[in-house]
Design a protein around this ligand. Sequence first.
Ligand code: PGA
Length: 254
Amino acid sequence: MRRKIIAANWKMNQTVADTESFLEDFRLEVEDVAGVDIVIAPPFTALAKLSELLGGSQKIRTAAQNMYYETSGAFTGEISAAMLRELYVKYVILGHSERRQIFGESDALINKKVITALESELRPILCVGETIEEREAGREREVLETQLRGSLAGVTAEQLVETVIAYEPVWAIGTGRTASTAQAQDCHAHVRAVLAELTDEATADKVRIQYGGSVKPGNAADLLSQPDIDGALVGGASLDPRSFAEIVRAGARE
Ligand code: PGA
């Protein structure tokens, strides 16, 4: 039985002050919620405050939205794994489609980051997903396989269990257009089959695969009830404490 994991990806939103007021409201909303992993990925600037406010909470964990694979040095604007660990960060989102598309990240680069994260005891949330052109050409399975094989090269079975995969069809991100539950389940099952090829079935069965792309309180329960959907990576709807809490509650129920 895989425990559901619901993560907020705030992207380039929320100041330190916004983070404080969000957490105050959100904590009240999820006071009675149990049996689900809750993760919040604020911008780097709010990580320290979020960790401080959470005070080592097991219930809500902190994630970064990116990091660099080198340990230190002349890499202006970058953040290392050790810097995140110092702030009690537990997860790191890697290979988000905005990083791939806007900042030109390749599977080879993402792979280096995944390896460094795992070696630094940070759990990667590795994002994969096809564009609209790729889906219309019927290439989504092939694209997912290429991204998974490239980004997970050299990852052991033991490490894969620590990794979360986020399937995020690019055409569903921030567009209000969600994949149907059938489309999502189909891709999740395919992702799991590729993970089994990379390791073995028992390992692939343990890996949590989140769905991302316009997840909202209104569609979360349906998506999360699918056999291979083990959580959600939520952008827009995670900025509001009430709607994010509703999605978390759906995760606890399903
Ligand atoms: P969205 O973003 O929920 O706003 O579509 C999801 C994501 O990019 O992780």
